[in-house]
Ligand binder design. Sequence first.
Ligand code: PEP
Ligand code: MN
Length: 337
Amino acid sequence: MIVVMNQNATKEQIINVEQKLIKLGFSTHPIYGEVKTVIGAIGDKRLLNTQEITAMPGVENLVPIMKPYKLASRELIQKSTIVEVDDVKIGGEEIVVIAGPCAIENEDNFLDTAIKVKEAGARILRGGAFKPRTSPYSFQGLEEEGLKIMAAARKVTGLKIVTEVLDTRDVETVASYVDIIQIGARNMQNFKLLQEAGSTGKPILLKRGLAATIEEWLMAAEYILSSGDSNVILCERGIRTYETATRNTIDMSAIPVVKELSHLPIIVDPSHAAGTWKYVAPLSKGAIATGADGLIIEVHSDPSCAMCDGPQSLKPDKFTQLMKELSLVAHAVGREI
Ligand code: PEP
Ligand code: MN
């Protein structure tokens, strides 16, 4: 629920209400607006006699949060969240593009791609060190060796880095190397992993599950937010439908729907949605036109030799060309790249 404090509520009254709520077993999230302060109170409503709160000095009224997700909802936080990774701001005016290969394969190759995507205008470098492969016989990633290569590429290019973590046992190690932790589609409802990742306080890139509804996805975000981490970036990456012409079906409607339901930024992964490099450019343009805050795009210097997801990876020159075209779309919708 939301405790709305009246316009003239004093700091002391706000603190008193918070303390009372904490005593009743709620976690509190005060939001100091220009005119009024509201306090988000998350916990078991059954423990509450609402009059105990409404009678307190400075309280105007109590408003229930109707959605099952609370901290992720726009009912509680109206202002859009901007996730800041130093100077890179996701959810603001700039469309942030993340690019790089599906998997980190070796240092030379990765660095070469990193330099090229940086020159093209990407702000964050992607690369998998722990890969969630459908087959146990496929390349599983370089693990910590891959993280070291990523960190070296960050040093050379100045790009921020993001990689996926698959297992709670690796969260600490991954967090010690990267700027953003990715939770992949297959793990969207791995609740222990969400909590463990959230407890690092690092920004979390949360992919939508293979067949997850928007509500299930926002509930997954709620796990991270309720672990004390307010920096969640949602990522639409296509969902499983009856259609087989593309690897997944991109859900463009998710962009405006999520914007309405949640204050969290949302980016789009056209590569895993399409499964084919040819569709990456049109889907990227569509995502920006629909209001996405960024994109995550697979780029490989030689897709025909890629150890993972070559068919959907753009060559660096195609990525460079796409970035130029995306800049026009971004301007058309009042954004920057
Ligand atoms: C990835 O980004 O490399 C990946 C495996 O994505 P997803 O979890 O969306 O399939
Ligand atoms: Mn991939």
